[in-house]
Design a protein around this ligand. Structure first.
Ligand code: F6R
Length: 269
């Protein structure tokens, strides 16, 4: 695992975007695993800039998103994307501003009539696409990856998950409050890729920024591997995981100096 520490959110986002752009140039039909939340917004902004100013071409890229709330989604009866779904988030924050065909983008279907069957189908679709080349991840306040809340098996595949109070509180602030929804309007379940699904990606980039994430980042990277902090599974990603942090999110790590030393050494290879 490589840990890259950057001065601030902007630098963290630029480093992540440049890694994603390198892959898109090298493999124009690559499969990207994408995340929602506040953390990747700067990365998506930088990818949009690269598309507009440098002609970064997404026309053959395919994407699979990590998760979606159960009960909401791309509802054709509503003026899509006027809802609080992650499908809407992806459209607003990235897809509408780059040249990716929407048919190449998949977000779990929160409105599926048979969510259990959908989970199996989603796994199959990822496999049929050749697997995820690069999975982008944030980390939740309770250490989750995607919506894999504490106690979820580290071998889990795409499944339905109940959300913790902390996740509901965090996401209420981010998505629902400003849109005038009450706390009770929030879905309490989600469809999520499992930790096993995430670990099967060919490479992973995990992002975290801000003081608020410092404790959970140190638990995930330097604490025990445990289903109580599902992102601690990153420690099992031999040679394929990169963690990009701003200084605040890195501030509780024990081995900061070594991570910085290793980055400098690797640049000389
Ligand atoms: C979103 C996702 C979540 C977020 C996490 C952090 O698709 O999978 O695990 O990455 O909750 O959210 P933010 O970035 O809002 O702190």
């Amino acid at each position: 695992m490589d840990v890259l520490i950057r001065a601030d959110y902007d630098q963290m986002s630029k480093t992540a975007a440049s890694r994603i752009a390198d892959l898109v140039r090298k493999k124009p039909d690559c499969v990207l695993g994408l995340a929602t939340g506040g953390t990747p917004i700067g990365t998506y902004k930088e990818l949009i800039r690269m598309h507009r100013e440098e002609g970064l071409d997404f026309s053959k890229v395919r994407t699979f998103n990590l998760d979606e709330y159960l009960g909401i989604g791309r509802d054709l009866d509503k003026p899509y994307p006027q809802d609080q779904s992650y499908a809407r988030f992806m459209y607003e924050e990235l897809f509408k501003s780059i040249n990716i065909p929407l048919k190449n983008t998949r977000v779990p279907d929160g409105l599926s009539k048979d969510p259990e069957a959908f989970c199996v189908e989603y796994e199959e679709a990822i496999r049929a696409a050749g697997g995820v080349d690069l999975q982008l991840l944030g980390i939740g306040g309770d250490g989750h990856w995607a919506f894999n809340e504490p106690g979820t098996s580290l071998a889990s595949k795409t499944h339905i998950e109940a959300l913790t109070r902390q996740t509901l509180d965090d996401n209420y602030e981010l998505f629902y409050k400003g849109a005038g929804f009450s706390r009770d309007d929030m879905p309490h379940f989600a469809i999520t890729m499992g930790i096993g699904t995430i670990l099967s990606a060919k490479s992973l980039i995990m992002l975290a920024n801000g003081k608020k994430k410092a404790g959970v980042v140190s638990a995930a990277l330097e604490g025990p591997i445990t289903s109580q902090v599902t992102s601690s599974a990153i420690q099992m990603c031999a040679g394929k995981a990169t963690v990009i942090l701003d200084e605040e999110a890195a501030s509780s790590l024990r081995n900061i100096e070594f991570y910085q030393h290793k980055e400098k050494l690797k640049a000389t290879l």
